[in-house]
Ligand binder design. Sequence first.
Ligand code: ZN
Length: 422
Amino acid sequence: MNHGVIAADHLITDAGGLLSPGWMEVRDGLISRVQQGLPPDDAPLLAEAGGVVLPAFVNAHTHLALGFCPGIGDDLSFMDWLHHAMLPAIARAEEDRQLYANGAAESLAELIAGGVATVADSFLDATSVPMLAECGIRGFFGAEVFGLRNPDEEAQLAQVADLELPLARSGLIATGWAPHTLFTCPPRILQAVVQRARREGRRLTMHVDESPEEHEFFVEGRGPIVEIAERFGASARFRHGATPVRQLLDLGVLGPDLLAVHAVQITAEDIATLAATRTPVVTCPRSNMMLATGIAPVAELIAAGVTVALGTDSLASTPDLDMFAEMRALLLSQRGRTRSTRGLAAVDAFHIATLGGARAMGLETVTGRLAPGLSADCVRLDMSATGRGRRDVLARVVWEGSRELVSHTFVAGRDLLGECSL
Ligand SMILES: [Zn+2]
């Protein structure tokens, strides 16, 4: 049933709007009315009245299938994780694809239990796509693109022409491409993928300037990435001395349709470039800290006017897919890095985790806040269990929220937490 009313003690409509009490009416999966006060007595309720209702989260970067190897990043640095954990794990799963399906099921169940209604997934295997459609979540899947081991440029370009996208079996799912990184996807193949995506009106996502080693490779032309780049036909094909963001600018890749993920090592000039090209950035603070790659300059990105979204990354590099924990990690890491509370408040973390993510994915007219005409994508929290005394409701959600408090996750008016059978 996706007609009815959702009534809450506190209805958070967006980072700046609170109705206490408040309610909203849902018709055909869309929000038809948002109002302060109590609903009419005879209104059919979609969830028990009370609690806190807020816009559902947008997890703008993960790899669902990697749910098959949780904890594989424990105590490893980025390069060791890549070489000694990730690559062997993927080699194992390529022999037994069921692992990908199990991993995606695990990840999806965790997202829905944690109040996520929209997800940006990317991977080299498309097992997750029918599963996304089946469980009713909203999302984007980017098929990962790598260079060829043997850097024959004509073969590379032919490969792009042949790239197929998995069929999105739901109107809620869009598919596009995910050039893996600059050092695993050579310039000509990258440009061809981007041009094709733009011709077909598809979106893109890409890991950008994640590790110090990546930055070193592009700026100084040396370090451990040299060998990896060679393996994917991407070495010596870039202009060294330019940061990854600068390379992407020169290659014509940046733009509002590209989710630039991580951006941990970016410079002040890169921030200005991302702002000028209106390229959204997805930050994954816990994954970056877990793999010890650093802390992205999120406060500076926001100050420069860049759209910032929040992602957990996959279970292979973060302890769980909990967006509440990710919001807190974002706040704490930025405050620790900048030694200031001024750049980022709880309200900013909330915005980034909801409407910021929707904007970054081009979905701001669909989801990310609770307003008439938008999809009824919302989360109900039973906050009565927390009693730490914070009076500001939004601050309570950010500092005290957890997926254990989520009672309902609605996508287009459907409660996936009750329905999803993954
Ligand atoms: Zn990733």
